[in-house]
Design a protein around this ligand. Structure first.
Ligand code: ATP
Length: 239
């Protein structure tokens, strides 16, 4: 298997505050990986470091065979790493289609274009001229995923795509992920919804207080192991 993304001993700081303490993570080409963990575990910070929104200068981060440590966000994006940000961050006054087209700028060539996005999310077809602010939360999330795909990434990073959505809508959105993988796009999801994360991923990483506390394929994990790693419980007591 080819390694697509690798971090070794990755750290991150906000001023004096250390948010990540030596993260070792490996993701293979075409794989789906999920990072789970409670609020403040460092999941979003890790994604921000990968995409260049937090500098990784001098650290060990490789993507598709080259070091991306310290590169600016637009260069990393061009190499094939795209993020669906927490909270979707659409341009509210622009239409669905305009939001999608913005995603294509600065990206790569590949299978994802407007038609492919509308095939993936048929609900958006009738809304294509509607402004972002006039969409439901689920439709906004579809546009946010579509916008990231329009750059034809090798790796799609999804930051809490289930947040604030009804279970039925979450199911609908998660159903799209296997189709995205079929196009050869690897996926890294950050999730607090452990069941969703387990269902879609080949590999789980659990973060707690800026450290990896567990890593394994979901099928090898018991609920107790996950709870221990997620909440830092040992023998029923907080560590
Ligand atoms: P959430 O699910 O709440 O987004 P998370 O696992 O994504 O949690 P991060 O957002 O990465 O966690 O936060 C990790 C730690 O870094 C937390 O203690 C948080 O308070 C802190 N932190 C995050 N962003 C900043 C910031 N801009 N300035 C200072 N501290 C921050």
């Amino acid at each position: 298997m080819t390694t697509l993304l690798e971090t070794r001993n990755l750290t991150a700081f906000y001023g004096d505050f250390q948010a990540l303490f030596g993260i070792d993570l490996t993701l293979n080409a075409g794989e789906a990986l999920a990072i789970i963990g409670a609020n403040g575990a460092g999941k979003s910070t890790f994604l921000r470091a990968l995409t260049g929104l937090r500098s990784t200068k001098g650290q060990q981060v490789t993507f598709d065979g080259q070091s991306i440590a310290g590169l600016p966000a637009d260069r990393i994006h061009k190499l094939g790493l795209a993020m669906v940000p927490e909270g979707r961050r659409l341009f509210p006054s622009l239409s669905v289609e305009e939001n999608l087209l913005i995603g294509a700028s600065g990206g790569r060539n590949g299978p994802w274009n407007l038609k492919a996005i509308y095939d993936l999310f048929p609900d958006l077809v009738a809304k294509r001229a509607n402004p972002g602010h006039a969409l439901s939360g689920g439709q906004q999330q579809m546009v946010a995923i579509g916008r990231a795909l329009m750059s034809n990434p090798k790796l799609l990073l999804c930051d809490e795509i289930s947040l604030g959505l009804a279970p039925k809508i979450i199911k609908n959105i998660y159903q799209a992920l296997p189709q995205i993988r079929q196009q050869g796009t690897a996926i890294l999801v950050v999730e607090q919804d452990v069941s969703q994360a387990m269902a879609v991923s080949d590999h789980i990483y659990c973060f707690m207080e800026g450290r990896v506390t567990l890593t394994a394929p979901p099928k090898d994990l018991s609920r107790k192991q996950i709870a221990d790693a997620y909440f830092g419980m040992k023998n029923g007591e907080a560590a």
